[in-house]
Design a protein around this ligand. Structure first.
Ligand code: CA
Length: 226
């Protein structure tokens, strides 16, 4: 991934550049707000790591301008700001996450990974859980990269279950979801749908459990995912 690092503290910038490079990112470093603004206009970055106190233009203005251009580049703000109001202001300006100085490099690494994962999923409009992946645009389901043949109804129910994995989905929530589908409801009761989904996801590492009197729950199959 291509990362823009904006930090005017030379020692910190060197350490961050090294850490990001070791995580296999391609890193451009600038030490001034105007240069950062220019770099974000000129190139497409997967992530910006942005200090706030910068020469020539502060990080707030760099962020404000970026969002005014309607750019969705994820921004991780590095800041010594401890006041809640300052952090709220930055979130309102469009920051995606914060690291409060001083921080540990392992925390930077974790937050960068989380932001890139989130941005990637968002861009691709996918939900991935264990070995199951749903492509919401194409309305397709994959287990270990292998396409699983689902009807539109089965896809919709699985989507609901995946988005709320670990929580019980009631029968009436599923009925609400299916309401309005035109063909014969009688042959497509919730029970039949669940039965079919269960068979199709047999080897996915997930169990579709019936919780008596409550509904259904998608849960990791015991022992199948570490
Ligand atoms: Ca600074």
């Amino acid at each position: 991934m291509r990362v823009l690092l904006v930090e005017d503290d030379q020692l910190l910038a060197d350490a961050l550049r090294l850490a990001l490079s070791q995580a296999a990112h391609q890193v451009d470093v600038v030490d001034d707000g105007e240069l950062a603004d220019q770099a974000l206009r000129d190139a497409s970055y997967d992530l910006a790591v942005l200090d706030i106190g910068l020469p020539n233009m502060n990080g707030r203005d760099v962020l404000r301008r970026l969002r005014q251009r309607n750019a969705g580049t994820p921004v991780l703000v590095l800041s010594a700001l401890e006041r809640l109001e300052d952090r709220v202001e930055l979130l309102n300006l469009g920051a995606d996450d914060f690291l409060q100085k001083p921080f540990h490099l392992s925390e930077l690494d974790a937050r960068v990974k989380a932001l890139l994962r989130r941005a990637h999923r968002h861009a691709k409009n996918e939900v991935e859980l264990g070995r199951i992946r749903l492509d919401m645009d194409a309305r397709r389901c994959f287990v270990d990269q292998v396409a699983v043949d689902l009807t539109a109804r089965e896809f919709a129910v699985l989507e609901l279950l995946l988005l709320r994995a670990g929580r019980v989905i009631t029968r009436s929530q599923i009925l609400d979801l299916l309401y309005g589908w035109e063909d014969n409801q009688a042959t497509n009761t919730v029970e039949v749908l669940v039965y079919r989904l269960r068979k199709k996801l047999d080897f996915s590492g997930w169990d579709l459990k019936t919780i008596r009197g409550m509904g259904y729950l998608l849960e990791v199959h015991r022992g199948s995912i570490g």
